[in-house]
Design a protein around this ligand. Structure first.
Ligand code: NAP
Length: 259
């Protein structure tokens, strides 16, 4: 399917690997020129070179922490105007509900709520002026179904979801579609880290921990960054112009509900 976005300009954050990279690759395949970001210079530079070589689009790497004002300024200076924004950042650490103090909550909210809002505030006005834009925020299945050990994530991402629910409807008439994708378990380093935690806690191997977590997914497998990227690229396509303020759950059926 032609996504109709060849030649558009996109920013994908936290994209040297994992879900962010999956989104960057799918957008590059559709002909989108990209600025991609993550903190480790060598990794983001290598990823940019690989994507540019594979898909023949311009890919500019920016090494910066997207959760800080300084990092976002650096990224936004490299982007200028963008037609497409994919917001993403690392997830907060696990723990018990009694573990976290105010500083921990502020850090999680900065990372997984306010940084996405600041990026939208910087880039969406230009999209509205030009009459076309697409935003995808990478959140989590924890927005629909809380993951008890990820209380910081449950909290911060719920805040972003509430903001997007209202804001997406304020910008839609100007041709800007803002949506969230909620990843269930996908095979990335982040998922490996969570498997490792389960393995250590229960004294089992990583493979057993993964099998155990896969058993809770009707599709009986983890998703991949490629699956995830394809959905992101579709939401950024011309075909998605009537999809506004939605929370698209990619979890292999793990959330058990009729609707
Ligand atoms: P991942 O494989 O660990 O990749 C994380 C990427 O983000 C890396 O490129 C990393 O590079 C970059 N990054 C991390 N913190 C950053 C920051 N502050 N500024 C800029 N770049 C940063 O993780 P993932 O699995 O793709 O997860 C992406 C997001 O989806 C996370 O928020 C995660 O919690 C959420 N999620 C993932 C899953 C899953 O199963 N994979 C499920 C639900 C939610 P550097 O370290 O070099 O910066």
């Amino acid at each position: 399917m032609d996504l109709g976005i060849k030649g558009k300009r996109g920013l994908v954050c936290a994209a040297s690997k994992g879900l962010g990279r999956g989104c960057a690759e799918a957008l590059a395949e559709a002909g989108v020129n990209l600025v991609i970001n993550s903190r480790t210079e060598a990794d983001i530079t290598r990823t940019a070179q690989e994507i540019a070589a594979e898909y023949g689009v311009d890919v500019t790497p920016v090494a910066a922490d997207i959760t800080t004002d300084e990092g976002r300024s650096k990224v936004l200076a490299a982007v200028g105007e963008a037609d497409i924004l994919v917001s993403n950042a690392g997830g907060p650490p696990p723990g018990q509900w009694t573990d976290w103090n105010r500083d921990d909550f502020i850090k999680a909210i900065d990372s997984n709520m306010l940084s996405a809002i600041a990026l939208m505030q910087a880039l969406v006005p230009g999209m509205m002026q030009r009459g076309w834009g697409r935003v995808v925020n990478i959140t989590s299945q924890s927005v629909r179904s809380p993951i008890p050990v990820l209380g910081l994530s449950n909290t911060a991402r719920a805040g972003l979801t509430g903001f997007v629910a209202g804001m997406s409807r304020q910008v839609a008439s100007q041709g800007v579609c803002v949506n969230n994708i909620l990843p269930g378990i996908h095979a990335t380093d982040r998922a490996d880290g969570l498997d490792r935690g389960v393995a250590q806690q229960q004294g089992i191997s990583m493979e057993e921990a993964r099998k155990q977590r896969e058993a809770g997914i009707p599709a009986n497998t983890y998703g991949t960054a490629e699956d995830f990227g394809a959905t992101c690229a579709f939401l950024c396509s011309q075909h998605a112009r009537f999809i506004i303020g939605q929370n698209i759950l990619l979890d292999g059926g793990a959330f058990n509900a009729t609707m």
